[in-house]
Ligand binder design. Structure first.
Ligand SMILES: Cc1cc2nc3c(=O)[nH]c(=O)nc-3n(C[C@H](O)[C@H](O)[C@H](O)COP(=O)(O)O)c2cc1C
Length: 183
């Protein structure tokens, strides 16, 4: 059983990193093989909307922009479950998450049942600051993204600096519960 955990913050010891650590703890407790992708550590450009708006993503299901996207695209395909953790920036996903997942959606959405996320369980986490403003809009956009790719959303979790203590536990336990359903 393999799980991919995505994080997408420049802060190595911030809230997103703590959520990632909790997700990995939960996965390790279930004996899963863990692939951690820190999207900020890769060179992933924004979608160029090639051609008339659709490029090779539409028919060939790959992106022709030459950066690190296709490397990640290929290594995440065989995971059984996913956790996507993004800091909340302006009520949205972070730029590194948005750049990667916008392009992943374009490549996977038209594959329908062949989408690498089709019917696979996913937990999305929106990690916000003290105000928590925009946490719901961030999660809503993550939910839409996952539905476009046919994922089976297992949970959508908000966490702020205030709720950190108990939501970290929630993240760890939700990952364990998600993987329990896959055994
Ligand atoms: C550019 C930017 C925009 C932000 N926008 C929001 C926001 O809309 N709502 C919110 O609650 N926090 C916002 N924050 C705060 C971050 O979500 C918060 O600091 C979060 O913990 C970041 O994760 P990190 O600790 O992994 O860096 C923003 C931070 C940055 C840098």
């Amino acid at each position: 059983m393999k799980i991919t955990v995505f994080t997408s913050s420049p802060n190595k010891d911030g809230l997103t990193a703590a959520c990632g650590a909790a997700a990995k703890e939960g996965a390790a407790a279930m004996g899963a093989e863990i692939l951690h992708i820190d999207l900020n550590a890769f060179n992933i450009e924004r979608c160029k909307a090639c051609g008339n708006g659709w490029g090779t993503c539409n028919k060939e299901h790959v992106c022709k922009t030459e950066d690190d996207f296709e490397q990640i695209h290929s290594i995440i395909a065989d995971s059984d479950a996913y956790v996507i953790i993004s800091p909340v920036y302006w009520g949205e996903m972070s730029e590194s998450s948005k750049a990667f997942f916008d392009r992943l959606r374009r490549c996977e959405a038209w594959k329908k049942e062949e989408s690498l996320l089709y019917k696979k369980p996913v937990i999305a986490v929106a990690a916000a600051g003290g105000s928590g403003n925009g946490t719901i809009s961030c999660l809503e956009s993550m939910e839409r993204l996952l539905k476009h790719m046919g994922a089976a959303i297992f949970d959508l979790i908000t966490i702020t600096q205030k709720s950190r203590a108990y939501k970290i536990t929630t993240i760890r336990e939700s990952v364990m519960e998600m993987l329990k359903c896959r055994i």
